[in-house]
Design a protein around this ligand. Sequence first.
Ligand code: HEC
Ligand code: HEC
Length: 462
Amino acid sequence: MTILVHTRRAVVPTAFVTLALAAACSDAPFVPVDSTPALDAQLRQAIAPWGVVPILPVNAPDPALVSLGKMLFFDKVLSGNRDVSCGSCHSPATHTGDDASLAVGTGAAMIGGVRSLGAGRQFTPRNAPSLFSVGLKPFYMFWDGRVNEELGPGRFNTPFGSVLPSGVTSLLAAQAMIPVTNRVEMRGNAGDHDVFGNVNEIAQPADAQVTEIWTAVMHRLLAIPSYVQMFASAYPSISPDRLGFEHAANAIAAFETQTFTKTNTAFDRYLAHEDNALSLDAKRGALLFFTTARCASCHNGPLLGAQNFASVAVPQLGPGTGNAAPLDVGRGDETVSGPARFPKFFFRVAPLRNVELTAPYMHNGAYPTLEAVVRHYNNVDSAVKSYDVNQLPPSLRSTYHGDAATISALLASLDPRLQQPMQLTSEQQRQIVAFLKSLTDPSARDLAGIAPAAVPSGLPIP
Ligand code: HEC
Ligand code: HEC
């Protein structure tokens, strides 16, 4: 089987150049010093080859777009059944994720305040990822990277091909066109009725008629006077009859960028030459990450990920997706990247800033803690063969694909760098986790206050 070559030097999208003009942040809490000059010299040398740069706050988007985007992000009126918003799965209460291994879309049952699978519905095939890196221009979006700028800057590659409206202004906005068209996430099934018992008109068009779907969503939005006003302030030069869902998507992207970009991390301050920003444990963990544990050979570049694909043989679970269902072979599915372009089980190397806050981990939430992730990497063969379904929520345990054929296919796909056990001591594993926790911006810990008190449709939040 072909294993794709991973470039050692990260490709740094040009957009990062503006972010890389570093300055230390002066309001950081003082941490007692752990600066051993020899360790720092060694660590800075270890980091240097990997294209990792400190990330500064992004330029503030247009406030009118941000206000509109904030309402749209939290308004369930965008979903066919008026029962789920972007914020339901990317909730501030759970740090832009949903705390679940696999996300639950429209028709959810609320059990003890938790979104649970509704009768006759299915889990989405994947974990709802964090939105902390999406405003930083990741080169690939989604766990299989199917939204990207591979064709060139500004040429947004999505499942919609040339049907994507030309008014979409960023890759992040292109992504926001997708969830409303997805029957499991937001659109619902033909024949569904919304929470008030009305026919779900957004679910009526056939799956391929995406333009009709977007038009139906806009029809709902522009029937609400305060949205008409907010669109007018955000797009003063566009007459209401020329507004399309792409204008909503641009606003959602502006809101996500403004609100979820959280880059004042201890590691970013260390990169900006503040030697005391990292604890001794985090420095030792970082040294492992960038050298012997070889994490950085995949997790590199400004975001420590999002620009490459690999198989790390994550145990398979859930309904699966694409031609391989009930398995999920990620970018290796030919419905995603064309025939034989990628081997099976290749997923996007995940970006890692603020990763501490968004458990469970991996494309399907197979691991509940960072400790479990590092244990997986330390000995992938044994982690896969002895995977314990009890770490999953009860509703997903029966969806684990632990048959011999799947396990051997998974292990056959495993990246050569991970085929030998790493033999990290438990101390070293703890240090790597300490490093991963140094990637947290303290202001990302509490996002309460981000959600508006009410949305124009009057539907409840969350
Ligand atoms: C039912 C839960 C659900 C809803 C509702 C939902 N998402 Fe997601 N979101 C997901 C899942 C699951 C993925 C990963 C899908 C994949 O990789 O195939 C995802 C991926 C994303 C990503 C890509 C992140 C990355 O790093 O690649 C962004 C951005 C995003 N969603 C934004 C939105 C926006 C904006 C909305 C509303 C228009 C929305 N989502 C609605 C569950 C949801
Ligand atoms: C061969 C490339 C490769 C190597 C080496 C590698 N990773 Fe990963 N990493 C990935 C890929 C690919 C994913 C996504 C896998 C999936 O979801 O199936 C990932 C996911 C993760 C996640 C989960 C992120 C999330 O949001 O769910 C963490 C944490 C992580 N890696 C940390 C590490 C650490 C620590 C090391 C070193 C011990 C490491 N990785 C080594 C490729 C790699």
